[in-house]
Design a binder for this molecule. Structure first.
Ligand SMILES: [Fe+2]
Ligand SMILES: [Fe+2]
Length: 317
């Protein structure tokens, strides 16, 4: 066969195969495209207001999109304890929890050493421009805060992962604990994105801040993990403070106590009639746990030990 003939034949074969291998079809596709299913409907806890049924068909639960493939990878069917189907792809029932809101939200690590003071003043210096920029626009502030807060756990977890590989040693569970923290922070962000749509300049700001912060934190963690954890501990203290202000404004009626988004109701196992105040309360409790975990991680290293010597507080919420 000539070269041209071979090219034509392969082109014909690809055209024939492509729709079979890569086509995306959905038994719900048309209905969803026509606005048939809304986010709250997929929640197992939240009720589906008729007015919201036209929103976001792309957040479909299992089985909504069928991809034709010969690889035999079939997602497991996940059910709730009561046997009803689990509707979220982005997290599973065993990742949900009831937040421990009894945690002390006023705890503060007193900066006594030079490193502590450096970490504390670094966070204070970073804090004031954001307070000036956002002032009482709590939702936008929370959005930006969460895009930053989800970085340290991922960077720390990744670097500990590489260290574990390099040194042929266990991590004491700290990789998992830090990645859990990053995922928890990202779920905060996924919750806020249901309540607020960032403007283009806020997206641009997040883009720039992430580029700077990821690299700065990465090199800080490489140079001194105990300093990096201390900085995160103070960042979490500030997160607790800013959510306390948010809660005060909701209580004072300065901010609308809107219904909680379905994703939050399912993730934190909140009652179906939960409101924004309940969501901010559990998020603040999460931040207080992150604060403790990171100050603890720094303390271990400040006392001359390695993280792997102490079992990590996995599942510490
Ligand atoms: Fe957070
Ligand atoms: Fe946090």
């Amino acid at each position: 066969m000539s070269h041209n003939g071979a090219v034509k034949l392969s082109g014909t074969l690809l055209r024939q195969l492509r729709p079979r291998i890569f086509s995306v079809s959905s038994s719900y596709g048309n209905a969803a495209g026509a606005g048939g299913i809304g986010i709250r409907h997929w929640s197992t806890a939240a009720s589906p207001p008729a007015s919201e049924e036209k929103k976001a068909p792309q957040a479909a639960g299992e089985g909504k999109v069928v991809i034709s493939s010969y690889w035999g990878v079939t997602p497991a069917r996940v059910s709730k304890a009561d046997g009803s189907p689990w509707r979220w792809n982005c997290f599973r029932p065993w990742e949900t929890y009831t937040a421990d809101v009894s945690i002390d939200v006023k705890k503060h690590h007193i900066a006594s050493t030079f490193m502590d003071k450096f970490a504390y003043w670094t966070v204070q210096t970073l804090k004031y421009p954001t307070y000036l920029f956002f002032q009482r626009r709590h939702m936008c502030h929370a959005l930006l805060l969460e895009t930053v807060a989800a970085v340290p756990g991922m960077v720390g977890g990744m670097l500990l992962h590489c260290k574990s590989l390099r040194r042929f040693e266990q991590s004491g569970g700290w990789i998992k604990a830090l990645l859990e923290e990053a995922e928890n922070e990202r779920m905060h962000l996924m919750t806020f994105i249901e309540l607020s749509k960032p403007q283009w300049y806020e997206r641009a700001l997040v883009f720039a801040v992430q580029g700077l912060f990821f690299n700065a934190y990465f090199f800080t963690y490489l140079a001194s993990p105990k300093l990096a954890h201390r900085i995160t501990g103070y960042l979490e203290e500030e997160a607790v403070n800013s959510y306390t202000e948010f809660l005060n404004d909701i209580e004072n009626g300065k901010f609308e106590n809107s219904p909680a988004p379905a994703i939050a109701i399912d993730y934190w196992r909140l009652p179906p009639d939960a409101r924004l105040k309940d969501v901010i309360t559990v998020i603040r409790a999460d931040e207080a746990h992150h604060r403790d975990l990171n100050h603890f991680a720094s303390d271990i290293q400040c006392q001359g030990h390695e993280l792997k010597e102490y079992p990590a507080p996995i599942g510490y919420h």
